[in-house]
Design a protein around this ligand. Structure first.
Ligand code: UDX
Length: 433
């Protein structure tokens, strides 16, 4: 099959390379010439394990990149994987996505062949019609009636995790096909047939708006699950109990499940914070304010402050040198978007502390956010002479720290991710245990 993927960010590149790997002829379209050149030279423009290898294998063969929409109509399907950034009020900005939809429409206007345009980006259900309208404007036809017989509009959300996106694509729990016409659904069947031949996944067939709601509900549920265990964790901490012991036991109930019960500093990244806020904003736009979701965000926003308060019980932060261990939003990535490290660092600096930060891979990205922070080359360097340490990301290498704590001026550690072993001589506090 011939497939276009518009947008070569994290989702678009993973999708384009993975579809090529499934055997499709894929054209990646991006307005950024540098990204296009990188792809055509056989490299991925973003860091994701296994992605460079896929791009290198298929670039110049089944995967080609271009800035031009000229050949859009030669394909059967176009996926739109354009970013939908948050606005100030939490709602998503569909401007760039709508512009891409309109250009796709224009490119399809002269053709008579059937074509399916699928939204991969995460778009709140009430905003979907405006993207469909942009496509129809470009086409200069309605998507229903005559136009709808030729160009269809669908949604096929992704559930990829950073760090495992390539294998998540290949081995999904479910595929969600949101379409309004049967031939569009059949085209999505053709797209995913090579994947489903090797991997058994449930296929959920629904309309585009429900497909997007499934994506939001999925992320909202997981984010709220973590916030609930964090809320319970804060209660456990007040009671002098270990949340992890409690979580292990409740996870044995298969209605609860053992995953996503690691309490601590909370969630960050490019999805959970953005998607929960966008869902709340979209719901409020329709007149309903989701109480539990707002509370999930509130708990998440509060955890960094609790960590700093725990540190403050042991250390006078004014003028103190504090090591922040971990800057990435989770281990295994250099992504610092919405990392809990950001509010932790801000709160420490507000209290007059001097922060020395370390992360195995994310220091450079964080240095764009905090330019004048001291960045250490190792956890040992960050700890040397520090009067306190905050563990923000659960990197494995932090679990191996031992004698490095001896070099601290005051061996005080507040662990936000349950990675450090308690040891003699170390004043250790867990955030929720
Ligand atoms: C998430 C979803 O899992 C994925 O399906 C969606 O498409 C994009 O958002 P990702 O952001 O890569 O993926 O990270 P994930 O591994 O799900 O973790 C999200 C955040 O929750 C991280 O900050 C992580 O540290 C935190 N988390 C997760 C916890 O604090 N405790 C847990 O038990 C699990």
């Amino acid at each position: 099959m011939r497939i276009n993927v518009v947008g070569s960010g994290y989702v678009g590149t993973t999708l384009a390379a993975s579809l090529a790997d499934l055997g499709h002829e894929v054209t990646a379209i991006d307005i950024d010439e540098e990204i296009v050149a990188t792809l055509n030279n056989g490299s991925a423009p973003i860091h994701e394990p296994g992605l460079d290898e896929l791009v290198a294998q298929h670039a110049g063969d089944r995967l080609r990149a271009t800035t031009s929409y000229d050949d859009v109509s030669t394909a059967d399907v176009t996926f739109l994987a354009i970013q939908t950034p948050s606005r100030e009020d939490g709602s998503i900005d569909t401007g760039a996505l709508s512009a891409a939809a309109e250009m796709t429409g224009e490119a399809l206007a002269g053709s008579t062949d059937r074509h399916l345009v699928v939204i991969k980006s995460t778009v709140a259900p009430p905003s979907l019609p405006c993207v469909a309208d942009a496509l129809a404007t470009g086409l200069d036809e309605s998507l229903v009636g005559d136009g709808g017989d030729r160009v269809a509009f669908g949604a096929n959300p992704e559930f990829l995790r950073e760090g495992t996106a390539v294998s998540d694509f290949r081995e999904p729990d479910k595929l969600v096909f949101g379409t309004d016409v049967e031939w569009a659904d059949e085209l999505l069947d053709d797209v995913y047939a090579p994947l489903l031949a090797e991997h058994d996944a449930s296929v959920v067939r629904t309309d585009p708006a429900t497909a997007m709601m499934i994506k939001y509900a999925n992320n909202a549920f997981l984010a709220a699950k973590v916030s609930l265990i964090n809320d319970l964790g804060n209660v456990c901490k007040e009671f002098g109990l270990d949340t992890y012991e409690v979580a292990e036991a409740i996870g044995l109930d298969d209605r609860i499940g053992e995953r996503f019960l690691r309490s601590g500093l909370g969630w960050g990244g490019s999805c959970f914070p953005k998607d929960t806020k966008a869902l709340i904003a979209a719901a409020e736009g329709e007149g309903y304010s989701p109480v539990l979701l707002r509370a999930a965000v509130e708990v998440n926003d509060h955890q960094p402050e609790r960590l700093v308060a725990l540190l403050e019980e042991e250390v006078d932060l004014e003028g103190a040198r504090i090591a922040v261990l971990g800057l990435a939003f989770k281990p295994g990535t250099d992504d610092v978007r919405n990392s809990r490290a950001i509010p932790v660092i801000e709160a420490l600096r507000e209290r007059g502390a001097t922060v020395v930060a370390y992360d195995p891979v994310a220091g450079e990205n964080m240095s764009e956010r905090f330019t004048e922070l001291e960045y250490a080359d190792s956890a040992a360097d960050a700890l040397a002479g520090a009067e306190g340490a905050a563990v923000v990301t659960g990197w494995d290498e932090f679990a191996a720290l031992d004698s490095e704590f001896d070099a601290m001026a005051d061996p005080v550690v507040v662990d936000g991710r349950r990675v450090i072993e308690r040891r003699e001589g170390l004043v250790y506090e867990g955030l929720t245990w």
